[in-house]
Design a protein around this ligand. Structure first.
Ligand code: SF4
Length: 339
């Protein structure tokens, strides 16, 4: 991403604003069934006690290697996946405790943009029907004409043309399809949008265009984003704060600038050391981690990262779970030896 022109993130519009989202001790364990009776024989610890807050207008980057639980966290917040335990509150209302009708209203305010724009768009529906579906479900337009007018407006807002509404997803490029996904999310006037690896499947130059579009829309519609990505360089340019996840837990969370210049957790250091720096005069030594990410079925005891950590202390890190603690203002780290 470094070679392309992404607009630098503006001074946070979230400064001084109220909390829009509160996530408390969110847990998602997927049962593993086995045997003749299909009993639960084990479980995947996909999300293991995630907590964070988000202010209105803020962008939080959620990063980590694939399988760390970041997408599951995003989906549990929207209850596209039912969390095992924990609490999610949105604008003061309980999401985790919401009944069916309440959840339908909340779903309008919390939307998601998926990684694979092709897989997430119904190939048998026209673009107009895809973008207009939310307007119909949530009864946000009085008649077919109003839906068509709104869809035309939305397509133009995301850089497509109104006359493309009668075409099908396969007639568009990957970047255009992602713009359709964005228009679909915007149709219902959401406050929070979870961008789940929203640019990962796109070419680098197209990624920059889509990121710039998302930033323009944030300003225009006062949106709050959770920007999920495995690529730290994408998140650096888009986020006010960044949370780093490892095996279902947040291990560090800080303002983006702070995290990129003064990382505290050894895992964040390793991830950052792998990000290419465009300026050849700046050197960063590469931290190579030992082994692979352990299985989330039996995550290591104590600090989940101790099996790969270059500074792990025997008898401490393999026994005691480090809690997220404040190191400096707004910079939290979960490590026995740092912070
Ligand atoms: Fe490494 Fe121990 Fe810190 Fe975990 S708690 S990151 S194992 S030093």
């Amino acid at each position: 991403m470094s070679a392309v022109d992404i607009k630098p993130v503006q001074a946070s519009a979230a400064f001084g604003k109220e909390k829009l989202l509160e996530v408390k001790n969110l847990v998602k364990h997927f049962p593993i069934k086995g045997g003749l009776l299909r009993r639960t024989v084990d479980k995947v610890h996909a999300v293991d006690g995630v907590s964070f807050d988000l202010k209105a207008g803020e962008t939080l980057g959620l990063v980590g290697e694939s399988g760390c639980g970041k997408s599951t966290t995003g989906r549990c917040i929207l209850r596209l996946i039912e969390p095992t335990s924990g609490e999610v509150r949105f604008a003061g209302r309980s999401v985790t405790g919401a009944g069916r009708d309440e959840m339908r209203a909340l779903a309008r305010e919390m939307q998601i943009i998926f990684q694979d724009p092709f897989a997430s768009l119904n190939p048998r529906m026209t673009v107009g029907a895809i973008v207009g579906e939310g307007l119909v479900i949530h009864k946000l337009a009085a008649n077919a004409r109003e839906i068509e007018e709104r869809v035309a407006q939305l397509l133009e807002t995301v850089g497509l043309s109104a006359d493309q509404m009668r075409r099908y997803p396969h007639e568009f490029s990957g970047g255009q399809r992602q713009r359709i996904g964005i228009a679909r999310a915007l149709a219902v006037n959401p406050k929070l949008v979870v961008c789940d690896e929203a640019v990962s499947a796109l070419d680098v130059s197209i990624q920059a265009q889509v990121i710039n579009l998302l930033e323009d829309l944030q300003e225009q519609f006062d949106l709050t984003y959770i920007f999920i990505a495995h690529d730290l360089s994408v998140v650096e340019h888009t986020s006010d704060r960044v949370a780093v996840m490892y095996l279902g837990r947040i291990v560090e969370i800080a303002a983006a600038n702070e995290l990129y210049t003064k990382p505290l957790h050894p895992y964040t250091e390793a991830l950052l050391s792998a990000v290419p720096i465009p300026d050849p005069r700046v050197q960063r030594s590469r931290v190579r981690l030992q082994g692979d990410v352990p299985s989330p079925i039996h995550p290591p005891p104590g600090c989940h990262f101790h099996t790969r950590c270059p500074i792990a202390q025997k008898g401490l890190c393999d026994r005691e779970t480090p809690q997220l603690k404040q190191s400096s203002d707004g910079h939290l780290v979960a490590c026995h030896l740092r912070g």
